[in-house]
Design a protein around this ligand. Sequence first.
Ligand code: PLP
Length: 314
Amino acid sequence: MNKIGKVNLGVFPTPVQKLENISAILKTNVYIKRDDLTGIGLGGNKIRKLEYLLADAKAQGAQIVFTTGGAQSNHAMLTAACANKLGMRPILILKNRGVTKPLGNLLLESLMGTEVIFMDTGDYADIYEEMDRIGRREGVPYYKIPCGGSNALGTCGYVDCAREISGQGIHFDSIVCAEGSGGTMAGLALGAKLYMPGTSVYGMMVDTDPFDQITPELMRGAKELLGVDIEITPDGVFYQDVCGPGYAIPSQEGNAAISMMAKEEGLFLDPVYTGKAFGGLIKMAREGAFRETDNVLFVHTGGAGGLFAVLDQS
Ligand SMILES: *Cc1c(COP(=O)(O)O)cnc(C)c1O
Protein backbone atom coordinates (compact mmCIF):
# COMPACT_ATOMS: atom_id res chain seq x y z
CA MET A 1 0.00 0.00 0.00
CA ASN A 2 1.27 3.51 -0.84
CA LYS A 3 2.27 5.76 2.03
CA ILE A 4 0.36 9.04 1.75
CA GLY A 5 1.28 12.19 3.71
CA LYS A 6 -0.80 12.72 6.83
CA VAL A 7 -0.74 15.16 9.76
CA ASN A 8 -1.95 14.30 13.26
CA LEU A 9 -4.97 16.37 14.16
CA GLY A 10 -7.37 14.11 15.99
CA VAL A 11 -7.42 11.55 18.79
CA PHE A 12 -7.61 8.00 17.47
CA PRO A 13 -8.82 5.31 17.75
CA THR A 14 -12.28 6.60 18.63
CA PRO A 15 -14.29 4.30 20.92
CA VAL A 16 -16.84 1.69 19.84
CA GLN A 17 -19.65 1.38 22.39
CA LYS A 18 -22.72 -0.83 22.61
CA LEU A 19 -26.07 0.98 22.77
CA GLU A 20 -27.72 -1.37 25.28
CA ASN A 21 -31.12 0.33 25.54
CA ILE A 22 -31.51 0.89 21.83
CA SER A 23 -30.37 -2.68 21.13
CA ALA A 24 -33.22 -3.92 23.36
CA ILE A 25 -35.73 -1.67 21.60
CA LEU A 26 -34.62 -2.56 18.06
CA LYS A 27 -34.00 -6.27 18.85
CA THR A 28 -30.53 -6.37 17.34
CA ASN A 29 -27.06 -5.46 18.66
CA VAL A 30 -26.48 -1.80 17.90
CA TYR A 31 -23.03 -0.30 18.44
CA ILE A 32 -21.80 3.23 17.87
CA LYS A 33 -18.43 4.37 16.53
CA ARG A 34 -17.70 7.64 18.28
CA ASP A 35 -16.31 9.74 15.47
CA ASP A 36 -18.05 12.62 17.20
CA LEU A 37 -15.08 12.38 19.60
CA THR A 38 -12.27 13.00 17.13
CA GLY A 39 -10.74 15.56 19.47
CA ILE A 40 -10.77 18.99 17.80
CA GLY A 41 -13.55 21.53 17.26
CA LEU A 42 -16.66 19.66 18.37
CA GLY A 43 -15.40 16.46 16.75
CA GLY A 44 -16.79 14.82 13.65
CA ASN A 45 -15.87 12.89 10.55
CA LYS A 46 -14.11 15.70 8.71
CA ILE A 47 -11.02 15.45 10.93
CA ARG A 48 -9.96 12.13 9.38
CA LYS A 49 -10.20 13.63 5.90
CA LEU A 50 -8.41 16.82 6.94
CA GLU A 51 -5.42 14.84 8.24
CA TYR A 52 -4.73 13.97 4.58
CA LEU A 53 -5.99 17.12 2.89
CA LEU A 54 -4.12 19.57 5.11
CA ALA A 55 -0.93 17.46 4.93
CA ASP A 56 -1.16 17.94 1.17
CA ALA A 57 -1.81 21.68 1.61
CA LYS A 58 1.27 21.96 3.89
CA ALA A 59 3.40 19.94 1.49
CA GLN A 60 2.41 22.34 -1.29
CA GLY A 61 3.39 25.34 0.85
CA ALA A 62 -0.14 26.73 1.06
CA GLN A 63 -0.65 29.80 3.24
CA ILE A 64 -4.38 30.05 2.61
CA VAL A 65 -6.84 27.14 2.77
CA PHE A 66 -10.19 27.58 1.08
CA THR A 67 -13.20 25.39 1.49
CA THR A 68 -16.94 25.56 0.99
CA GLY A 69 -20.27 24.07 1.96
CA GLY A 70 -23.71 25.17 3.13
CA ALA A 71 -24.11 27.96 5.69
CA GLN A 72 -23.94 25.48 8.61
CA SER A 73 -21.22 23.27 7.14
CA ASN A 74 -19.51 21.24 9.88
CA HIS A 75 -16.76 20.55 7.38
CA ALA A 76 -16.06 24.24 6.85
CA MET A 77 -15.95 24.94 10.59
CA LEU A 78 -13.58 22.03 11.24
CA THR A 79 -11.37 22.99 8.29
CA ALA A 80 -11.01 26.46 9.83
CA ALA A 81 -10.14 24.96 13.24
CA CYS A 82 -7.53 22.60 11.79
CA ALA A 83 -6.00 25.07 9.32
CA ASN A 84 -5.52 27.58 12.16
CA LYS A 85 -3.77 24.95 14.26
CA LEU A 86 -1.40 24.19 11.40
CA GLY A 87 -0.59 27.85 10.83
CA MET A 88 -2.54 28.30 7.60
CA ARG A 89 -5.22 30.96 7.06
CA PRO A 90 -8.69 29.54 6.40
CA ILE A 91 -11.15 31.36 4.15
CA LEU A 92 -14.65 29.87 3.90
CA ILE A 93 -16.83 30.67 0.90
CA LEU A 94 -20.23 29.32 1.84
CA LYS A 95 -23.42 28.84 -0.12
CA ASN A 96 -26.34 30.95 0.95
CA ARG A 97 -28.19 27.73 1.82
CA GLY A 98 -29.49 26.81 5.28
CA VAL A 99 -29.40 28.85 8.49
CA THR A 100 -27.30 31.97 7.81
CA LYS A 101 -27.93 33.64 11.19
CA PRO A 102 -24.84 33.77 13.46
CA LEU A 103 -25.79 30.51 15.19
CA GLY A 104 -24.28 27.05 15.34
CA ASN A 105 -21.19 26.63 13.18
CA LEU A 106 -21.25 30.29 12.14
CA LEU A 107 -21.03 31.25 15.81
CA LEU A 108 -18.05 28.91 16.26
CA GLU A 109 -16.40 30.42 13.19
CA SER A 110 -16.77 33.91 14.60
CA LEU A 111 -15.21 32.69 17.88
CA MET A 112 -12.21 31.52 15.84
CA GLY A 113 -12.07 34.79 13.92
CA THR A 114 -12.60 32.97 10.64
CA GLU A 115 -13.15 34.87 7.39
CA VAL A 116 -16.54 33.76 6.03
CA ILE A 117 -17.89 34.92 2.68
CA PHE A 118 -21.41 34.06 1.50
CA MET A 119 -22.07 33.52 -2.18
CA ASP A 120 -25.51 33.56 -3.67
CA THR A 121 -25.11 30.70 -6.11
CA GLY A 122 -26.42 27.19 -6.48
CA ASP A 123 -23.29 26.09 -8.30
CA TYR A 124 -20.03 25.12 -6.57
CA ALA A 125 -18.14 25.92 -9.81
CA ASP A 126 -18.79 29.63 -9.14
CA ILE A 127 -17.37 29.23 -5.65
CA TYR A 128 -14.20 27.46 -6.81
CA GLU A 129 -13.69 30.28 -9.33
CA GLU A 130 -14.07 32.85 -6.58
CA MET A 131 -11.42 30.97 -4.54
CA ASP A 132 -9.00 31.32 -7.45
CA ARG A 133 -9.84 35.01 -7.80
CA ILE A 134 -9.20 35.69 -4.10
CA GLY A 135 -6.13 33.44 -4.04
CA ARG A 136 -4.57 35.32 -6.97
CA ARG A 137 -5.43 38.66 -5.38
CA GLU A 138 -3.75 37.65 -2.10
CA GLY A 139 -0.69 36.56 -4.05
CA VAL A 140 0.31 33.64 -1.79
CA PRO A 141 0.14 29.87 -2.36
CA TYR A 142 -3.35 28.60 -1.62
CA TYR A 143 -5.12 25.25 -1.43
CA LYS A 144 -8.72 24.47 -2.33
CA ILE A 145 -10.62 21.76 -0.45
CA PRO A 146 -13.84 20.66 -2.13
CA CYS A 147 -17.21 20.58 -0.40
CA GLY A 148 -17.19 18.03 2.44
CA GLY A 149 -13.53 17.21 1.81
CA SER A 150 -14.83 14.48 -0.45
CA ASN A 151 -12.19 13.81 -3.05
CA ALA A 152 -10.01 10.71 -3.42
CA LEU A 153 -7.48 11.99 -0.86
CA GLY A 154 -10.10 12.85 1.79
CA THR A 155 -11.74 9.47 1.27
CA CYS A 156 -8.53 7.79 2.49
CA GLY A 157 -9.39 9.04 5.99
CA TYR A 158 -12.34 6.68 6.09
CA VAL A 159 -10.35 3.76 4.72
CA ASP A 160 -8.28 4.32 7.87
CA CYS A 161 -11.45 4.35 9.95
CA ALA A 162 -12.49 0.98 8.52
CA ARG A 163 -9.08 -0.46 9.39
CA GLU A 164 -9.44 0.97 12.89
CA ILE A 165 -12.89 -0.65 13.29
CA SER A 166 -11.56 -4.00 12.08
CA GLY A 167 -9.09 -3.96 14.98
CA GLN A 168 -11.59 -3.13 17.71
CA GLY A 169 -12.57 -6.70 18.49
CA ILE A 170 -16.12 -7.08 17.18
CA HIS A 171 -17.28 -8.53 13.88
CA PHE A 172 -19.89 -6.25 12.34
CA ASP A 173 -22.51 -7.56 9.94
CA SER A 174 -23.47 -4.05 8.91
CA ILE A 175 -22.00 -0.56 9.14
CA VAL A 176 -24.30 2.44 8.73
CA CYS A 177 -23.26 6.04 8.11
CA ALA A 178 -24.72 9.31 6.85
CA GLU A 179 -23.86 10.20 3.27
CA GLY A 180 -23.75 13.88 2.35
CA SER A 181 -20.85 14.39 -0.04
CA GLY A 182 -19.79 10.74 -0.20
CA GLY A 183 -16.24 10.50 1.16
CA THR A 184 -17.14 8.86 4.44
CA MET A 185 -19.28 6.17 2.83
CA ALA A 186 -16.78 5.59 0.03
CA GLY A 187 -13.88 5.23 2.46
CA LEU A 188 -15.81 2.86 4.72
CA ALA A 189 -17.02 0.81 1.75
CA LEU A 190 -13.52 0.52 0.29
CA GLY A 191 -12.06 -0.16 3.73
CA ALA A 192 -14.67 -2.85 4.41
CA LYS A 193 -13.73 -4.60 1.17
CA LEU A 194 -10.08 -4.50 2.30
CA TYR A 195 -10.33 -5.26 6.01
CA MET A 196 -13.83 -6.59 6.74
CA PRO A 197 -14.94 -8.73 3.82
CA GLY A 198 -18.53 -9.83 4.36
CA THR A 199 -19.53 -6.64 6.18
CA SER A 200 -22.28 -4.64 4.43
CA VAL A 201 -22.02 -0.85 4.38
CA TYR A 202 -25.10 1.37 4.18
CA GLY A 203 -24.95 5.00 3.07
CA MET A 204 -27.91 6.95 4.41
CA MET A 205 -28.35 9.66 1.80
CA VAL A 206 -29.23 13.04 3.31
CA ASP A 207 -29.16 14.83 -0.05
CA THR A 208 -30.42 14.08 -3.55
CA ASP A 209 -27.13 13.66 -5.45
CA PRO A 210 -26.48 10.45 -7.46
CA PHE A 211 -24.56 8.68 -4.69
CA ASP A 212 -24.59 5.34 -6.48
CA GLN A 213 -22.25 7.00 -9.00
CA ILE A 214 -20.37 9.38 -6.67
CA THR A 215 -19.45 6.64 -4.15
CA PRO A 216 -17.78 4.13 -6.53
CA GLU A 217 -15.98 7.02 -8.25
CA LEU A 218 -14.46 8.10 -4.90
CA MET A 219 -13.69 4.46 -4.06
CA ARG A 220 -11.79 4.09 -7.35
CA GLY A 221 -9.90 7.33 -6.73
CA ALA A 222 -8.85 6.32 -3.21
CA LYS A 223 -7.93 2.83 -4.41
CA GLU A 224 -5.58 4.37 -7.01
CA LEU A 225 -3.94 6.66 -4.43
CA LEU A 226 -3.49 3.81 -1.97
CA GLY A 227 -2.26 1.48 -4.69
CA VAL A 228 -4.38 -1.41 -3.47
CA ASP A 229 -5.47 -4.16 -5.79
CA ILE A 230 -9.16 -4.69 -5.25
CA GLU A 231 -12.16 -4.69 -7.53
CA ILE A 232 -14.74 -1.96 -6.94
CA THR A 233 -18.05 -3.80 -7.21
CA PRO A 234 -21.45 -2.84 -5.78
CA ASP A 235 -21.40 -6.02 -3.62
CA GLY A 236 -22.11 -5.19 0.01
CA VAL A 237 -22.55 -1.46 -0.73
CA PHE A 238 -26.08 -0.14 -0.18
CA TYR A 239 -27.84 3.21 -0.24
CA GLN A 240 -30.99 4.37 1.53
CA ASP A 241 -32.80 7.65 0.94
CA VAL A 242 -33.34 9.45 4.27
CA CYS A 243 -33.35 13.00 2.89
CA GLY A 244 -37.02 13.66 3.71
CA PRO A 245 -38.11 17.25 2.97
CA GLY A 246 -34.66 18.26 1.74
CA TYR A 247 -31.00 18.68 2.62
CA ALA A 248 -30.56 20.41 5.99
CA ILE A 249 -34.33 20.51 6.56
CA PRO A 250 -35.18 18.36 9.61
CA SER A 251 -37.35 15.28 9.01
CA GLN A 252 -39.84 13.66 11.36
CA GLU A 253 -37.94 10.34 11.32
CA GLY A 254 -34.66 12.18 11.95
CA ASN A 255 -36.06 14.13 14.87
CA ALA A 256 -37.54 10.94 16.37
CA ALA A 257 -34.11 9.30 16.09
CA ILE A 258 -32.44 12.28 17.77
CA SER A 259 -34.94 11.97 20.64
CA MET A 260 -34.45 8.20 20.99
CA MET A 261 -30.67 8.52 21.11
CA ALA A 262 -30.82 11.41 23.57
CA LYS A 263 -33.33 9.76 25.90
CA GLU A 264 -32.06 6.18 25.82
CA GLU A 265 -28.30 6.65 25.54
CA GLY A 266 -27.51 10.24 26.51
CA LEU A 267 -25.89 10.92 23.14
CA PHE A 268 -26.75 13.75 20.77
CA LEU A 269 -27.25 13.44 17.05
CA ASP A 270 -27.73 16.33 14.63
CA PRO A 271 -30.73 17.11 12.40
CA VAL A 272 -28.84 17.37 9.08
CA TYR A 273 -26.82 14.12 8.99
CA THR A 274 -26.65 11.76 11.93
CA GLY A 275 -30.27 12.08 13.07
CA LYS A 276 -31.60 11.25 9.62
CA ALA A 277 -29.03 8.47 9.20
CA PHE A 278 -29.95 6.89 12.52
CA GLY A 279 -33.62 7.30 11.58
CA GLY A 280 -32.82 5.16 8.53
CA LEU A 281 -31.19 2.51 10.75
CA ILE A 282 -34.28 2.44 13.01
CA LYS A 283 -36.53 2.01 9.96
CA MET A 284 -34.39 -0.85 8.64
CA ALA A 285 -34.45 -2.57 12.05
CA ARG A 286 -38.24 -2.23 12.29
CA GLU A 287 -38.59 -3.69 8.79
CA GLY A 288 -36.56 -6.73 9.88
CA ALA A 289 -33.37 -5.98 7.94
CA PHE A 290 -31.19 -7.16 10.87
CA ARG A 291 -31.23 -10.47 12.74
CA GLU A 292 -31.38 -10.55 16.53
CA THR A 293 -27.80 -11.84 16.62
CA ASP A 294 -26.45 -9.27 14.14
CA ASN A 295 -23.90 -6.65 15.16
CA VAL A 296 -24.76 -3.33 13.55
CA LEU A 297 -22.36 -0.38 13.80
CA PHE A 298 -23.64 3.16 13.48
CA VAL A 299 -20.88 5.65 12.71
CA HIS A 300 -21.53 8.86 14.65
CA THR A 301 -20.04 11.41 12.28
CA GLY A 302 -20.53 14.42 14.59
CA GLY A 303 -22.56 17.50 13.71
CA ALA A 304 -22.90 19.06 17.16
CA GLY A 305 -22.26 22.51 15.69
CA GLY A 306 -25.41 22.35 13.59
CA LEU A 307 -27.63 20.97 16.36
CA PHE A 308 -27.98 24.38 17.97
CA ALA A 309 -28.75 26.21 14.75
CA VAL A 310 -30.91 23.96 12.63
CA LEU A 311 -33.28 22.40 15.19
CA ASP A 312 -33.89 25.88 16.58
CA GLN A 313 -35.34 26.85 13.20
CA SER A 314 -37.62 23.84 12.73
C1 PLP B 1 -20.15 15.97 6.42
C2 PLP B 1 -20.91 15.18 7.40
C3 PLP B 1 -21.44 13.92 7.07
C4 PLP B 1 -21.38 13.34 5.70
O1 PLP B 1 -20.13 12.87 5.33
P1 PLP B 1 -19.72 12.88 3.81
O2 PLP B 1 -18.38 12.32 3.79
O3 PLP B 1 -19.78 14.32 3.39
O4 PLP B 1 -20.72 12.09 3.04
C5 PLP B 1 -22.08 13.19 8.06
N1 PLP B 1 -22.24 13.69 9.30
C6 PLP B 1 -21.78 14.90 9.64
C7 PLP B 1 -22.03 15.38 11.01
C8 PLP B 1 -21.10 15.69 8.71
O5 PLP B 1 -20.64 16.90 9.07
